[in-house]
Design a protein around this ligand. Sequence first.
Ligand code: SAM
Length: 450
Amino acid sequence: MPSPFLNPGATSSADNVALLYVRRDQSIPTILRTYDDENQGYKEGKVVNTRFGSFPHSTLINQPWGSQIVASKVDTGSRGRAPKNAPKRKAQELEEPSGTTTGTGEEKPELKKPEAAASGFLHLMYPTPESWTLALPHRTQIVYTHDSSYILHRMRVRPGSTIIEAGAGSGSFTHASVRAVFNGYPVDEPATKKQRLGKVCSFEFHQPRAERIREEVTQHGLDGLVEVTHRDVYENGFLLGEPKSGRSPKANAIFLDLPAPWLALKHLVRKPADGSESPLDPETTVHLCTFSPCLEQAQKTIRIMRQLSWVNISMVEANNHRIEVKRERIGLDAEGVRGANVHPKSVDEAVNKLRWDEERTKLTRAARIDANGGERDEDDEEADQKPTGKVHIEPFLPRPTDPAYKLGRLIHHSEPDLKQHTSYLVFAILPRDWTEEDEQKCRQQWPSDK
Ligand code: SAM
């Protein structure tokens, strides 16, 4: 089956991964299933329950990607009970939106109070490495898109490259790599599958994580494109199969996201000291990147890189800030002039403005709770304080006739909480070995090149 990461086609299909886009900061990854009664006791396939309603998988399969799917109005009863094999859950867990990812990213069993209103909709999206990175079940810290895109660019990864990555962790970088290596390849045609060059070779020493990533590779249609090896790479290096006598991946790009990358470098040489085959491609320059959270680790890595003949060593920290640009709030100034910028000119004005802002916040929260049919968000504690109604609130919407200078000052600030952990990227290259034999071959090919 074609991988939806590489070739999603026009519509969703059963047994393939899809992302259910609920809102800007929440997508639910799910494998679309049409289980029958015998397997799961469902008449409508698997069901995803969210605060915006219930979505049986039967309504999500064979739909054009990007479709808006409206919550089911039919209650067949399946949304009130757990699958036969689901673990027993505590009463308060029934209150939480189910089918969503938890803090650790694990998909929860689908349970929901049957009386929950089916009121909303979601969008059905095919997965991309970028959206997968934001939605995936976290088993470890992960590499985010601003880093992975820069790393793959600096390592010159392109269709046909072979990448070694260690450790595989939660598979975020694995998915970014697989698209970089196979983008544009007709990977589903059996003829080209045989001739195909390139691979992603993932190493992970934590067995449950290695098994989980193998399962994901299969579920995502990436078998044959990603090879997962359960291995301590510090001790046993990067050959595929047996540690000392296995096949060389012949890698030309290596990404090390390990606690001590310098301990793995001894295996990434042209002629390993233990006489085993080199995991590197003998005919190309090899690009390496290591990802370390602290400068001392980066320095240690660089020291060993130098000793092992890596050159062009450089270090980069990629800092990704989303800059939010918006118009400053506008309202009534002290003289009651609508549309003026509200910059307090006195203490009284400042106090008025604070009251005015508080009142508006309460109103917004109260309105949101009404819209949720009385359900409260976690951040709704303050909503218990009802608006006093004592402060006059002018609607914020600008009138179409308002000139631009009355719409509020244009301001910007950077996003406060960044989805990343700071890290230092160390890049280096290892030129190919150049032997007398290579020189002779070269002279035969270009005789005029003395
Ligand atoms: N790059 C991954 C991603 O984007 O999801 C995250 C990698 S996570 C930060 C580091 C991983 O390295 C962990 O899963 C850990 O088990 C693995 N690891 C640590 N030491 C290792 C070793 N000696 N050999 C192989 N894997 C190792």
